[in-house]
Ligand binder design. Structure first.
Ligand code: ZN
Length: 118
């Protein structure tokens, strides 16, 4: 029931030449940040990944194909990007879970302390 997702943090158009088609108009660097989502909550993690894609030849450019120039630009962009801070958002099911827990705890305590009896 646990799914991992990424959301796009930043997209940068690069002026570098594509290592595949040598066009200098298609390279795009995308930073993504990881989300964790399950039934109870949705949380933003500090993990970021980046991907490069050339829109001219429609190819994913993996780091092994990067030239020194591309690496320099990516390094620069990595420093410039700020990940969103960690956050946790409870979903409805998460709240219900907590409320039911608290209620159960209160009921048990009432019985234990003798306030309630059957
Ligand atoms: Zn290309």
């Amino acid at each position: 029931m646990k799914t991992q997702q990424f959301f796009t943090l930043k997209e940068v158009q690069l002026n570098n030449n594509c290592p595949e088609c040598y066009s200098n108009e298609g390279l795009e660097l995308t930073f993504k940040q990881r989300l964790v989502e399950n039934l109870f909550y949705k949380a933003i993690t500090q993990d970021t990944i980046y991907e490069m894609h050339c829109n001219t030849c429609d190819t994913d450019i993996f780091p092994v194909r990067w030239t020194d120039d591309i690496e320099q630009v990516v390094d620069y962009q990595k420093r410039a990007v700020t990940p969103k801070s960690k956050s946790l958002k409870l979903k409805k099911a998460g709240w219900v879970f907590i409320i039911v827990d608290v209620l159960l705890f209160v009921i048990v305590m009432l019985f234990v302390t003798g306030v309630l009896s059957i």
